[in-house]
Design a protein around this ligand. Sequence first.
Ligand code: SF4
Length: 345
Amino acid sequence: MKKPALTQISELVATGLVPAEHARELAPVAEAFRIRISGEMHSAITAKDDPIARQFLPDTAELTIRPEELHDPIGDVTYSPTPGLTHRYPDRVILAVTRTCEVYCRFCFRREAVGEEGALPEADLEAALNYIAATPAIWEVILTGGDPLVLSPRRLTALMQRLSAIPHVEIIRFHTRVPVVSPARITPEMIAALRARPTTYLVLHTNHAQEITPAAQTALKNLAEAGIPLLSQTVLLKGINDNAATLETLFRTLLRNRVTPYYLHHCDLARGTSHFRTTIAAGQTIMAQLRGRLSGIGLPTYVLDIPGGFGKVPIGPGYVEVADDGYQITDWQGGRHAYHDPDHS
Ligand code: SF4
């Protein structure tokens, strides 16, 4: 039987996930950053320091705010023409349709924004849709939040119909954790809502194979069989998935479930998240190790969202160096090879 969702420190204490003597010191953490562990994830926790628990249990380390950490680490607000909308690149926008999630991840880069109840107010949604309709360069709309799949299928269908009426919007992409953290929400009605638009992509946020429960596998199967292309994004998290073996297991599990690994994110400079952050050098080493262990379809791009909203860039590792008479190329085992580009003058 599935366990209930947890949202209060008193519930975490009652379930034994937090010792009673820590409740008082965790109160300011809960005040600053909301708690929610879905029933599915609560049921999948096997120990209070396992890779799932560590993503969702509050920690006093979150009260350590480093000077480099930011309220809005990737500049969502800086590039926002109307509330809920971010327009950073010419051809795409991010539309945050709700601030609510099924889980609140302790490392979330939008942790200052998520947690308030409810969908984007209708007036703000109207303004965002008007902006999209009036901007012909926008080819792709990325629906995010919060988590867009906390909306009801009826609401999502209505939104998809409104987006479908804008002729230059050809792709709708959902960024969501729901198929893994609350797979029961992936009902036939939800799948029909996602398919209301012919070209829908779904990008699943998942960080550890332990999250991919049997129910999550069924949800992914149903989405894949409905013809919705599935990609994934993973955050590199210290002590949770920051080694090649753990990520290899995750990426193989995703491929087995017809999800293509897309991004491995370097953990953003969100406030109170330094205990989750590794170094870029460590991330590059892991990616180099993975290249020898996994085929190309299992290798995501390791990316950094440049603080301030300057966009996402691949951060390596690098395999090509300019040399005096061409290039030095590094192979997956670290071997170095001279390469002369015949047509390079
Ligand atoms: S589900 Fe996504 S938006 Fe919500 S807290 Fe987790 S990372 Fe943030």
